[in-house]
Design a protein around this ligand. Sequence first.
Ligand code: PRP
Length: 197
Amino acid sequence: MPEVLVHPPMATTSLPAIPDSAPIQGAGKPMISSRKIARRVQQLGREISARYADLDQPLVLVVILKGAAVFAADLLRSLSIPAELEFVRASSYGAGTSSSGKVKFAHMVDGPLTGRHLLLVEDIVDSGRTINVIVRKLRSHRPASVKLAALLDRPARREEDVAIHFTGFVIPDRFVIGYGLDYAGLYRELPAIYSLG
Ligand code: PRP
């Protein structure tokens, strides 16, 4: 079961000025520590490996760049089943803290996906628009199945129904950075997840 964070500790920082901000790391308590993330990703890896244990060909992880890159790298290494990697480059946030509402694509998978079992890997699901557009596009390849693993679920911003099959953490309506998630392209390198404001 995903961990539901109802009253997360707030970072003590306010929204940092970009690009001359003081480093966030160490400035406030993380919303989700790197240890908690690591533990949850290992659990997800076990769940996913068990769910797909009987496949006769490798699972295909479809990583939604850029935010999911860090999660996907750890999730991949927590699997005990064979897996291939594909990438989709989608963005909707631009430089702000809320989605622009338009999903832009710069890259859409290389390999043939017909008859394959796909597991989309997302860092966060907000409105649900990005993932739903991608699922629709991927279904046109006639895969055997399409499921979604999302590290973070922020249901307060949901505008479209989304089926998340493997959820890391359900978080409240705070803008978050770290572990792949950015603010204006920065802070993806932070090992924990912090809330801004
Ligand atoms: C973020 C995130 C998801 C999407 C979620 O991507 O990585 O792909 O927004 O929002 P939605 O559910 O409202 O569609 P972003 O546009 O920030 O690009 P990035 O992954 O390159 O940071």
